[in-house]
Write a protein of this length. Structure first.
Length: 273
């Protein structure tokens, strides 16, 4: 008898946890439907909202059949899943890629509910409450069907377009990187050429450096590294030549070793006789 009472208590806790989870979903699903760009996905969220409302009614019926008040218990698990989903959706622009992210989050929710409804149904069967078990099994089958529908939508209408969006974004980033490297290389080449001319170094072949800057995106990194290395080498040469020129034209500010030694001897005190 004590074991049945313990299972019954656990069943009540599960039902109240599910009650709060479904209430949270009734607030979240309209937002997901509005954010969806793929029509079948939008329709799936709208349909599941109606199913969720029916599931709330079944939970209230199950609690009433067990002689318990339909009082919800805070469902921390559902709150975490929805918070994660909202964060991921909010960080992505509207399109197929965001739809794929929403499907991923929605299926996490479905699997969470499938586990909860399956456990509660089993407890009801153990307690001999076939009426409660039937109510919970109806909701469990709806959750399974919703999960399967999301899988179909992902495979038929979302995943390929999401991959295309991803590749387009990647190609755009590489193109921008190539242009940036090209403009940076051109500016660096002009600067190095001016520095080389100022100290009579050999001229830099700017056309070759520009050709390097127009390399494909696959060699952007190598091009940039080569340019930086070349610029550093020419800068060092320019610095050495500038120092040599300054030494020839300007008077030295530092005393030579001989002058230092002579000065030291002249300032040395004489010996006492």
């Amino acid at each position: 008898m004590s074991e049945a009472t313990s299972v019954r208590r656990h069943l009540i806790d599960e039902l109240r946890d599910l009650l709060d989870a479904e209430q949270q979903l009734t607030r979240a699903l309209p937002k997901f439907a509005e954010a969806a760009a793929t029509p079948p996905l939008k329709q799936a969220f709208q349909k599941h909202l109606k199913e969720t409302e029916r599931q709330l009614d079944r939970l209230n019926q199950a609690l009433a059949a067990l002689g318990e008040a339909p009082r919800a218990k805070k469902c921390v698990g559902m709150r975490g899943l929805l918070a994660e989903g909202n964060q991921m959706v909010g960080s992505s622009p509207k399109g197929a890629l965001r739809d794929a992210i929403m499907i991923s989050g929605a299926q996490k929710v479905e699997h969470y509910e499938m586990a909860a409804y399956g456990t509660a149904r089993t407890y009801a069967e153990v307690l001999g409450r076939a009426d409660v078990a039937r109510l919970l099994d109806d909701s469990l089958q709806e959750e399974k069907a919703a999960d399967q529908k999301l899988t179909e939508i992902a495979g038929e209408a979302v995943n390929e377009r999401a991959a295309e969006e991803f590749h387009k974004q990647g190609a755009g980033i590489l193109d921008q990187s190539a242009k940036w490297v090209g403009s940076t290389v051109g500016a660096a080449a002009r600067t190095v050429q001016r520095a080389a001319g100022a100290v009579s170094l050999r001229e830099v072949d700017v056309s070759k450096m520009r050709d390097a800057a127009s390399a494909t995106a696959d060699t952007v990194t190598e091009t940039a590294q080569a340019v930086v290395k070349r610029g550093r080498r020419l800068t060092k040469q320019a610095t050495r030549s500038a120092r040599a020129l300054a030494a020839d034209v300007l008077p030295s500010q530092k005393p030579t070793r001989a002058r230092r030694a002579s000065k030291a001897r002249g300032s040395k005190p004489g010996r006492k006789k």
